[in-house]
Design a protein around this ligand. Structure first.
Ligand SMILES: Nc1ncnc2c1ncn2[C@@H]1O[C@H](COP(=O)(O)OP(=O)(O)OP(=O)(O)O)[C@@H](O)[C@H]1O
Length: 284
């Protein structure tokens, strides 16, 4: 759906490039995660793909045609939920949605969406009376109001409690099941694990790796199993390499002769991979 070749971008006021020659593809119907430490250029990349920043080098194709060659009609096809929700604060949620709906040919059932995200009862309140989480949810509904073919989401669950985050993630999954494509940036690796088909890790303005979360875990992970067992009065642990487990005498002895407290597969997490591939601890 998107093909990005050797994309390079520098903000006019900055001395060095923010994006340093990145290439990737977003396939139709997938949820593609763009991950990396704060300030690495994820939002900048989203802004380029949504035509908000146009002075870049390299090529960006949307549906086989150069993004530069699209006019305003491009916006009919995309939905954008950026991190900082911007609403007309003196208007109600309903008025905000009605205003933006008028810009689009295709219009989603926003009443149903408002119900789904728990804002239906509050739709006649001015947005300035909304909490942060309510504004985030309204922003999400706005991103969907034109039935977009591709959805750009920047930290969509930021500021939401677990119940509301769950509702948003379920809607994103349904959107994908119905053929939608998503570009997602988030610092929440659990969300990435749950939602993303493929992810790209960014570091120093470059992409260091692109793959599915599962393949990344297999590639960078340690295949091991940790067994916790009792030995006389103490609880001990032993970690066995899964690839040598059949001949690991100590592991086999423990399993046969000791009382087992727990056994865990020691899969590498995306958090570990994030740190390995970007060199930075997750900060949010
Ligand atoms: N309008 C701007 N003018 C100059 N520099 C900018 C501008 N917007 C962003 N930057 C810089 O570009 C770099 C990348 O910013 P960007 O917002 O794309 O990062 P990010 O990866 O999305 O970070 P976060 O995870 O914190 O949202 C940062 O160093 C930032 O300071």
């Amino acid at each position: 759906m998107f093909k990005v070749n050797n994309l390079t971008f520098k903000y006019p006021k900055n001395k060095s490039n923010t994006i340093n020659g990145i290439s990737f593809e977003i396939k139709e119907g997938e949820i593609f995660g763009l991950l990396g430490p704060s300030g690495v250029g994820k939002s900048t990349t989203q802004k380029i793909l949504t035509k908000l920043l146009i002075n870049y080098d390299g090529e960006v194709f949307y549906r086989g045609k150069k993004l530069h060659d699209y006019g305003k009609d491009f916006y009919q096809e995309i939905g954008v939920g950026f991190e900082m929700p911007v609403h007309f604060s003196k208007l109600t949620a309903q008025e905000n949605l009605n205003f933006f709906k008028k810009l689009y040919k295709s219009q989603a059932d926003t009443e149903a969406l408002l119900k789904r995200v728990g804002l239906y009862e509050h739709k006649h309140k001015q947005v300035q009376e909304y909490s942060k989480g309510m504004k985030v949810r309204l922003n999400f509904v706005r991103a969907l109001l034109n039935n977009p073919k591709i959805l750009f989401l920047d930290e969509p669950t930021n500021g939401l409690d677990p119940k509301n985050a769950r509702i948003l993630k379920d809607i994103v999954k349904e959107y994908k099941e119905n053929g939608g494509t998503v570009l997602l940036t988030t610092h929440l690796m659990n969300d990435v694990d749950e939602l993303c088909d493929r992810v790209a890790f960014m570091a120093n303005g470059k992409i260091t790796e692109i793959d599915s979360p599962k393949n990344l875990k297999l590639k960078h992970g340690k295949r091991a199993v940790e067994v916790e067992y009792t030995d006389e009065a103490s609880v001990l642990t032993y970690t066995a390499d899964l690839d040598k487990i059949k001949t690991d005498q100590k592991f086999l002895d423990v399993i046969k002769t000791k009382d087992i407290v727990t056994i865990h597969s020691k899969e590498t997490t995306l958090d570990d991979i994030f740190i390995k591939l970007t060199g930075v601890e997750i900060d949010e």
